[in-house]
Design a protein around this ligand. Sequence first.
Ligand code: ZN
Ligand code: ZN
Length: 95
Amino acid sequence: MEETNFERTENDYCTKHREKLVDYCFDDHEPLCHVCSHYEDHKKHKVKPLKEIMVEEESTIIDTRKRLTEAIKSIELSFFKMNIEALQAHKELYI
Ligand SMILES: [Zn+2]
Ligand SMILES: [Zn+2]
């Protein structure tokens, strides 16, 4: 039980300092703990809090979803129009 818990949470903790990962370094493409992010070499790097990134990602997902829904709507609308046109053409043939 303890072992699985450790494995599960290991990714959330810094392997060097055993501290919780709170930041992300865009230069190294790796998550950092608060000790890492205050290290000299990361100080000059682009570091952002993980929480902020998660919020951004969430809004990107919502944005993508919105765009997808709009795309689906416009496809449905064009299909609808096509159907009406087809119906009208069909009617014209038989009128
Ligand atoms: Zn660290
Ligand atoms: Zn770095």
